[in-house]
Design a protein around this ligand. Structure first.
Ligand code: GLN
Length: 544
């Protein structure tokens, strides 16, 4: 039978519940347990797929095509195990299911209510992965903060599960903030006490308190928190600010969080944590031998969370290249023909980001032209790949109005077109081409060399595609279609073999990069950037 750990948050949002859940899972996994993490989000959207990244950060896509919260990305990056549709549930999805059942007549004669119908459905989903028999431990993160009106049904359900499963099978970790007041020169415990009281009001007692803090917690303070929040003394865990999210599992290990959790859940496990690979990664991350500057051209760059998986993939690929990747954010709306050189020339490589809609795309196209013509490593993802195809169409093939039908419905050169399967679709939610698809790589191409194999699978999230009517013209003029979907014939990768590094992919490689398995294209891109840096410095020496 699986054991359950619930992670709630108090005092404020953005304390890093997702990173904490992933770190705890990592520690348990490193002791040989099979662990999965799921996130329950209290908002009413059925999934975050239709949310603007400014609202909720990146939309993460799973192998089975679920559009999910970005925390699932952390779970996969830490655990190196894929998540699925079942790992992310929202209030919208729960209500949709219950209301559909009501219409089918499943509750005939009954009044359908939050308690028990909504809470029962939440419970069914909270227990689902645990009942699959695939996991020893299921960690469930509850989105939002305790006290939010919309989170109440979730807290009530957790209370019921703890009661039903028993305290030795289900525990609650409550993540809170212990703020430091400069004027008083003191850490303050009152906000934590209040948020625990709030939980207790709903009948839920935290087993472990995880305290985010800028200053170390003294023993006296830990004892005070334990006493007033009704937890064991060794169950007050300090979570200090650290240099990298990947250091959090090590911090939690120092706090013996794994030992406390195993004891509370009555899991007999004498194994040592095997974090050898993880430690090697951290060591390399902290001691890079060199540095590269990579431009990230996008329209949401003000918001770090909008391109979360891309930033993390850079970290993974940097470590495997023994270098630090400094990401220079460039707003696509700030770019045009006149300043592309000024903004891009100092960079060792540039990634043009995924996206939707027309804002900032001409800047992306101008940037790509500059990178192509000046032999600077280029990596385009999804919309970034589509813009590379448009740029080539306009400036190499001479199709002056080459465009994507997404932005210019009536272009005479629709080099990027709406996919056939999308033409009848009007609903926006969950209707893109989503999830993992196979791709065959053409022998002898850069893509085949990067992957070291000819059959790959990558995750997608798009409606538009390279228009294969133009494939021959592109190939003849020097842009190779090196990755093709074997079933639909869709072009998934384009590259320019005569360029030092120019690759565009219709899929999202950033969704599959993990600490243990950095993505090969990101690795190769950083490798090419390092090479470009060396060539640049040689050239400047010659000029000197
Ligand atoms: N807007 C483009 C499409 O739908 C690209 C999507 C993306 O970058 N994820 O095809």
């Amino acid at each position: 039978m699986a054991k359950y750990i619930f992670v709630t948050g108090g005092v404020t949002s953005s304390l890093g519940k997702g990173i904490f859940a992933a770190s705890l899972a990592k520690l348990l996994q490193s002791r040989g347990l099979t662990v999965t993490i799921q996130k329950f989000d209290p908002y009413i959207n059925v999934d975050p797929g239709t949310l603007n990244p400014y609202e909720h950060g990146e939309c993460y896509v799973t192998e089975d095509g679920a559009e999910t919260d970005l925390d699932l990305g952390h779970y996969e990056r830490f655990l190196n195990v894929p998540t699925s549709q079942a790992n992310n549930v929202t209030t919208g999805r729960v209500y949709q299911y219950v209301i559909n059942k009501e219409r089918e007549g499943a509750y005939l004669g009954k009044t359908v209510q939050v308690v028990p119908h909504i809470t029962d459905e939440i419970k069914r989903r909270m227990l689902l992965l645990g009942q699959s028999g695939a996991f020893d431990v299921v960690i469930t993160e509850i989105g939002g903060t305790v006290g939010d009106i919309e989170a109440q049904p979730y807290i009530e359900t957790v209370r019921q599960i703890v009661w039903e499963q028993g305290h030795e099978n289900a525990i609650v970790c409550h993540l809170t903030l212990v703020p430091y007041l400069k004027s008083a020169k003191e850490l303050k415990t009152k906000p934590t006490q209040h948020s625990v009281k709030e939980l207790q009001m709903y009948g839920l007692q935290p087993d472990i308190l995880v305290c985010r803090t800028e200053m170390p917690l003294t023993t006296e303070l830990r004892n005070k928190l334990a006493l007033f929040c009704n937890v064991d003394k060794d169950s007050v865990v300090q979570a200090s600010d650290v240099d990298s999210i990947y250091s959090v599992p090590l911090e939690m290990l120092k706090e013996k969080l794994d030992v406390t959790v195993l004891r509370k859940l009555h899991i007999g496990n004498n194994k040592e944590c095997d974090l050898k690979k993880w430690n090697e990664f951290i060591d390399k991350l902290r001691h890079p031998s060199t540095e590269v500057k990579i431009g990230l051209v996008g329209k949401y760059i003000e918001l770090q969370d909008a391109y979360k998986s891309i930033y993390e993939s850079f970290i993974h690929a940097g470590v495997s290249n023994n270098c630090k990747v400094e990401v220079v954010n460039i707003h696509s709306e700030d770019l045009d023909k006149t300043n592309a050189a000024e903004l891009l020339q100092g960079l060792d490589g540039v990634l043009v980001a995924p996206g939707f809609g027309s804002r900032g795309i001409e800047g992306k196209i101008d940037a790509i032209r500059y990178l192509r013509e000046n032999n600077i490593p280029f990596f385009g993802i999804c919309l970034g790949m589509q813009m590379a195809v448009i740029e080539w169409g306009r400036n190499v093939l001479g199709f002056s109005d080459a465009h994507s039908v997404e932005m210019a419905e009536n272009t005479t050169h629709p080099v990027i077109d709406l996919m056939a399967e999308q033409k009848q679709i009007t609903n926006k939610g969950g209707t893109m081409r989503l999830g993992a698809y196979n791709c065959d790589l053409r022998e002898g191409t850069i893509a085949a060399q990067i992957y070291g194999k000819l059959h790959i699978s990558e995750r997608h999230r798009h409606r538009y595609e390279f228009n294969s009517k133009y494939q021959e013209q592109y190939e003849k003029s020097g842009m190779t279609c090196s990755g093709i979907n074997p079933d639909s014939g869709l072009v998934e990768i384009v590259e320019i073999p005569s360029h030092p590094f120019f690759i565009g992919v219709q899929f999202h490689p950033e969704l599959k990069s993990t600490v243990e398995n950095p993505h090969p294209i990101f690795e190769a891109f950083i490798g090419a950037a390092l090479k470009h840096q060396k060539t640049k410095s040689k050239q400047s020496l010659i000029a000197y």
